[in-house]
Write a protein of this length. Structure first.
Length: 558
């Protein structure tokens, strides 16, 4: 999809999930109530695919005057960590500025989940199994062959209650026993073939410590969490579609939730071109030092997008534009880039930065003179006002803005040609100097004092305008140019490390920027004329300014 198509989307259109909500409201299914949630597992940083889910759940709640929960599905102590919890809270707060910041944890419901498991045992709908994990897998059957019943499936209710309590009390080793739902081993849906709902894990939990040594499986815990919190519409990605029958079976068999059970609805995940998604693969990139951490601006994590300079408005607009559907597809990354350009164009002040400087000397300009020229901060937004830029005899221009022997239709600087220095004067190239290696190190020009910008000059015209910074007043900076994570499209999860773009990060040192850049705060965003949008990075120090390129002015994606 092209950039232009993004703006053509009807943002007021009703997606299929909203239609389901509208029907439920008409029927009074949930008494006109809409309650959504975002339920991450705290086992890694969130990525832009999760941002789609956050924006969708939060947006539906807000649109329907409902409630939005952030709830951690922290049922696996082996992979979870408080640092991930903290990062997720920060991400959701950033994307959802009006969120009330009420946080829920699945682990806070462990006692209730245990009691519901006891209820299932008492109803003859769950049993303690002694089969190993490999044996359970073998007994499960295949997509074309039914499974076999466990030899422990017909234990009495009393025996199951006794063994389950002993599991809870820590009297068995890891893997020695599990609790399984008793449903149908011949079901065409493998997820309904007596799924495991509790396993033994003698591991310390980040929230409950050593209080538990048995932990609920995700498929068991998730619907109960939703129901306890009063979630009306449990919005999941498509891989949970085959799990919905168990979700419904569980809530319909627990007395507390039969009346108006939560409705699970699935939608297509977000996949981006040139981008590897999936927490386990991103985690590998971090742990094996392919990137500089979870917030490396090359990563698709929300933390990385924030550090790179994306705004929450741009992410929300992007998610709104790509829409919600049941059909799985891959979204062109240029749509994400368009969203941030579209958001920053009226907001970001313009400034001049020279990334590959050569010195331009105006030989007929007084050596000790300094004057200030006026420049608009954003021609599309007059409210951002103007700034005064120091101008003197020596300035820096981009190396590729001068050529000794230019091709046709090269309108920048070359011997005998005249150009305008933006917001300043016309200058004409008279001479240049090379070093011993043949590289141009100085360009010598003369200027016409009658051609100053803003004075109403209407004389001769020039075709080229160059950006520049004062050599005397400029500030040194490091600029980090980021490109797409993946070099090619034809990669998969087994070989993606071989397909990483070696030029995804290029560090350019000794760049020259306007002196006001020294005073701007960390996180300030600008448009560097001709180079793109940039943000002042957290690595900046008084003696070392660092700017990340958020996005170029035009998409380079093909």
């Amino acid at each position: 999809m092209s950039d232009n198509n993004l703006g053509e989307n009807n943002r007021e259109s009703v997606n299929f999930i909203q239609k389901i909500i509208n029907e439920d409201n008409l029927k009074g299914t949930y008494n006109q109530k809409v309650h959504t949630r975002f339920p991450p597992e705290p086992n890694g940083y969130l990525h832009v695919g999760h941002a789609k889910s956050i924006c969708l759940n939060y947006g539906l709640a807000k649109k329907n005057n409902g409630i939005f929960n952030l709830r951690f599905d922290d049922t696996n102590p082996v992979k979870e960590d408080d640092s991930f919890v903290e990062s997720i809270i920060k991400d959701v707060k950033w994307l959802c500025p009006d969120w009330e910041e009420v946080i829920f944890y699945a682990s806070n419901y462990f006692e209730k989940m245990y009691s519901y498991a006891v209820e299932l045992i008492n109803k003859g709908l769950a049993f303690v199994d002694d089969l190993s994990a490999d044996e359970i897998r073998d007994y499960r059957g295949t997509l074309t062959e039914p499974g076999k019943m466990s030899p422990y499936r017909n234990r009495t209710i009393e025996e199951n209650l006794f063994l389950f309590e002993k599991m809870k009390n820590g009297e068995f080793k890891n893997g020695e026993k599990v609790l399984r739902a008793k449903i149908d081993m011949s079901s065409p849906n493998i997820n309904m073939r007596d799924p495991v709902i509790y396993r033994i894990l003698h591991e310390k939990h980040h929230n409950t410590g050593d209080n538990w040594c048995i932990y609920p499986m995700y498929d068991y815990a998730h619907p109960i969490e939703d129901a306890i919190e009063g979630i009306t519409h449990s919005i999941c990605t498509l891989e949970f579609e085959d799990h919905r029958p168990f979700y419904d079976w569980l809530l319909n068999n627990l007395d507390d939730f039969k009346k108006a059970p939560t409705k699970q609805i699935e939608f297509a995940k977000l996949f981006l071109t040139k981008t590897m998604m999936g927490k386990r693969y991103l985690k590998r990139m971090v742990e094996e030092n392919y990137v500089d951490g979870w917030d490396d601006p090359r990563m698709p994590t929300i933390a990385a997008l924030r550090r790179r300079g994306y705004t929450p408005e741009s992410i929300n607009n992007f998610c709104e534009a790509i829409g919600v559907s049941k059909a799985q597809s891959v979204v062109d990354i240029s749509m994400l880039e368009f969203a941030i350009r579209d958001d920053l164009s009226p907001k970001a002040p313009r400034t001049m930065a020279v990334l590959d400087p050569i010195k331009l000397i105006i030989t007929n300009y007084p050596e000790d003179k300094v004057e200030y020229v006026e420049a608009e901060n954003n021609s599309d937004n007059p409210e951002l006002g103007n700034r005064m830029i120091p101008f003197c005899r020596e300035v820096y221009i981009e190396r590729d803005d001068f050529m000794e022997n230019p091709p046709k239709k090269y309108y920048r600087l070359f011997p005998g040609n005249e150009v305008r220095l933006r917001n300043a004067y016309f200058v004409k190239c008279e001479n240049f100097i090379k070093d011993e290696n043949g590289n141009v190190i100085e360009v010598h020009c003369t200027y016409d004092p009658e051609t100053k910008s803003g004075t109403g000059f209407t004389g001769r015209k020039v075709k080229g305008t160059l950006h520049w910074v004062s050599a005397k007043h400029s500030v040194d900076a490091e600029v980090r140019l980021y490109d797409y994570m993946m070099e090619e499209e034809d990669y998969d999860k087994t070989n993606f490390l071989e397909k990483l773009n070696p030029n995804s990060k290029i560090v350019v040192k000794n760049c020259k920027v306007e002196p006001t850049m020294n005073d701007c705060s960390i996180g300030s965003r600008f448009q560097f004329l001709r180079h793109g949008f940039f943000i002042k990075d957290q690595d900046s120090r008084n003696d070392n300014l660092v700017f990340n390129r958020i996005v170029s002015l035009k998409s380079s994606y093909k």
